[in-house]
Design a protein around this ligand. Structure first.
Ligand code: OOG
Ligand code: MG
Length: 262
């Protein structure tokens, strides 16, 4: 595969997101697409967003918990890029017409106070974090039926669509994030209960792993970046009119909803 082939695939995933038109998996017609090349496709698709005026504001880890791996049938942690157009305010609504088949998942987010370079350990990584908060991520695979292989989901920027951060930002100093209870409700009904311990055994391990994966490509996490550590539970499908609330021990709540109309 050459640079042109990568660009062509990047255009496909980018346009599928932009036009809300689900794709057949790329690997079905591209047997030469490897995991490193899929990350090249992801980076090229993000470059297209940046050219449209979006800003890179953070990164996410995905498939870091057993419930998520089991739900998707993909058992390797992955990362994706977060841009300014994906960030919503606590309580904002997403539009059904802008999504193929949105799902929501409960997460923990880090805000970096200092640049974080790998190689690093979990404890060292935490020393670069200025704030921890609750987060809801809306994922929306660009593949038909929300089905993919590891390579396909990486090329599709780890299904990223939107995310919201809770307004309660806690300093990680002296605050133990290893086993925080997490309750996700939709329309007042509890739909998922989990713990931050499910996120790669400890959310800090997810952050350190991301820094270490980026270091392999000569990249790092700059100060100010948001990092989503990954869904603690399986994701839940969203419908028009849904109101989602996440409550996390010590981190308050965060909310997102789906508009009634397109
Ligand atoms: C892939 C993205 C996974 C997470 O938190 O595990 C992810 C997917 O499930 O579509 O964001
Ligand atoms: Mg996620």
């Amino acid at each position: 595969m050459n640079e042109n082939d990568i660009q062509k695939l990047a255009v496909q995933v980018d346009e599928a997101a932009f036009n809300v038109e689900p794709l057949v998996m790329l690997t079905a017609s591209e047997p030469e697409l490897t995991l490193p090349l899929a990350y090249d496709v992801q980076r090229a698709s993000i470059e297209r967003r940046l050219q449209r005026g979006e800003e890179l504001i953070g990164m996410k880890m995905g498939l870091t918990s057993k419930p998520k791996m089991q739900q998707m049938g993909v058992h390797n942690p992955i990362y994706g890029h977060l841009t300014s157009s994906m960030l919503l305010d606590d309580g904002d609504a997403i539009l059904p017409s802008e999504h193929c088949h949105p799902r929501v998942e409960p997460e923990i987010a880090f805000i970096l106070g200092e640049d974080l370079h790998g190689p690093t350990t979990s404890a060292e990584a935490m020393m670069h974090v200025s704030g921890v908060c609750s987060a809801l991520e809306v994922i929306d695979s660009r593949y038909k039926d929300f089905k993919f292989t590891l390579i396909d989901v990486v090329a599709d920027n780890a299904s990223s669509s939107h995310f919201v951060l809770g307004n309660t930002i806690v300093s990680p100093e002296g605050f133990d994030i290893s086993n925080l209870g997490m309750v996700m409700q939709i329309n007042g009904k509890t739909v998922q209960v989990g713990s931050s311990a499910a996120i790669y055994e400890h959310p800090a391990r997810s952050l350190a792993t991301l820094a270490n994966l980026l270091a392999e490509c000569g990249e790092f996490l700059p100060a100010g970046f948001v990092v989503l550590a990954g869904g603690a539970t399986a994701a839940v499908a969203l419908s028009p009119g849904d109101k989602v609330r996440l409550l996390v021990d010590g981190l308050g709540s965060c909310n997102i909803s789906v508009s009634e109309e397109a």
